[in-house]
Design a protein around this ligand. Structure first.
Ligand code: SF4
Length: 411
């Protein structure tokens, strides 16, 4: 289906969604830094989750149909349209969490069956699941592959056992290596590793050692996140009691830049502020978020976007189950992007990736100041942030957004 432009002027393409996110909220225990919407369960209620998910996927698909009809035929379509336009095949499916691997081999296969009941998948579809190292075994991996999974994002976080214990992770460093070996032996070689930097100094964790250990496992992709102290987490309580001392902005910057240098030297493209991929192995699902195209979503706390409206689901798993059981909608809120929001988003999304941002003529002199500071490069009129610039991403994006009037961007 060709790209469809919406009724109002927009740089964000108005088109049907071809990307689906599914939130799987289960975790064996809560990590010390985590404030995500999760459901801690020693035994995963797979059947209960699947029943509710199937109901919600039918709702999502029917909303997707209505959106596609509106895009293709406009508001008057309902007067004469008898059939529905065929659904677009999905290009990416991403199971995130929580810990999707807690669903095991058969559970993941059932989730993907439920997806295929509603949508076709393209021949080259990227199907990612997030997994914890301690859930990886040969039997589960064989079932994931048979179900179509072709990419695994592994929550490694660190290779330092003391740091892993401090984070309340359920695995040790040896299990990360074992998990990668099992995945590759089973046939999944598109593996991303998550690592956390800017850990408190008292842990004595060596960030460079962690990066080297990760590189030795030959992943295709790495996602790096700076530790943030969220209130109402064990980490937040430790911080309130003065029990942790982080390295401050200086330590954060040092570790971020060290990661850029080491991973670029190992052949990885630093293609988004937090993400590194070998050529051809950038995350297609996350890249869709960063280009501003529409995406569908299901599961507690899941967010979707149709190109103009952002919607989000009820947060708590128990409430999500209760509503779906009664046949009630699980949408909790929605926000229509204003022209101002859209401009700010376009700037932020462009600057956070190496895709960059097309400068308006009146922005050139400002961008040249950033270029002389080493924060950006300008090629023709394309502005791209450097790693030094990414350390200031929020303030640089806000600075540009404040200068860009809605009318001047509407060209
Ligand atoms: S495994 Fe992930 S989602 Fe679950 S508690 Fe830990 S950080 Fe949070």
């Amino acid at each position: 289906m060709p790209l469809v432009l919406g009724p109002q002027s927009s740089h964000i393409p108005r088109m049907p969604a071809r990307h689906l996110y599914i939130h799987v909220p289960f975790c064996a225990r809560r990590c010390s830094y985590c404030d995500f919407s999760i459901a801690v369960r020693s035994v995963t209620p797979i059947d209960e989750y699947l029943k509710a998910l199937r109901t919600e996927l039918a709702q999502v698909a029917s909303r997707d149909d209505a959106h596609r009809t509106q895009l293709l035929f406009g508001d008057r379509s309902a007067r004469w349209l008898t059939g529905k336009p065929a659904r677009d095949a999905l290009e990416t499916v991403y199971l995130g969490g929580g810990t999707p691997s807690r669903l095991g081999g058969a559970g993941i296969a059932s989730v993907l069956d439920a997806v295929r009941d509603q949508w076709q998948l393209t021949r080259g579809v990227e199907i990612t699941i997030e997994a914890n190292p301690d859930d990886i075994n040969d039997i589960a991996v064989a079932k994931w592959i048979a179900a179509g999974v072709n990419r695994v994002s592994l929550g490694a976080q660190s290779f330092d056992d003391a740091a892993l214990e401090w984070m309340h992770r359920t695995h040790d460093s040896a299990q990360i290596g074992r998990a990668v070996t099992i995945l590759k032996r089973g046939g999944i070689d598109n593996i991303s590793l998550d690592l956390i930097f800017s850990l408190p100094d008292h842990l004595g964790r060596s960030w460079r050692d962690d990066l080297m250990r990760a590189i030795e496992l030959k992943p295709t992709h790495l996602s790096l996140y700076g530790l943030t102290v969220e209130p109402m987490t064990p980490l937040g309580h430790w911080a309130d009691r003065g029990q942790i001392v982080q390295g401050g902005d200086e330590g954060y910057e040092e570790e971020f830049l060290a990661a850029h240098e080491l991973l670029a030297g190992a052949g990885f493209d630093h293609y988004e502020v937090s993400n590194f991929g070998l050529p051809g192995k950038h995350s297609r699902h996350n890249s869709a978020y960063w280009t501003g195209v529409p995406y569908l979503a299901a599961g507690p706390s899941a967010h979707s976007f149709d190109g103009a409206v952002r919607r989000w689901n009820v947060l708590a798993y128990a409430e999500w189950i209760r509503r779906l059981d009664k046949g009630d909608p699980v949408l909790e809120g929605e926000e229509t992007l204003t022209e101002e929001n859209r401009i700010a988003e376009e700037i932020y999304l462009g600057l956070r990736t190496t895709r960059g941002l097309d400068l308006l003529p009146e922005e050139l002199s400002r961008a040249q100041v950033w270029e002389s500071a080493g924060w950006a490069t300008i090629n023709q009129n394309l502005l791209q942030l450097t790693p030094l610039g990414w350390l200031r991403l929020d303030s640089l994006a806000a600075d540009l957004a404040a200068r860009r009037e809605p009318s001047s961007a509407d060209v």
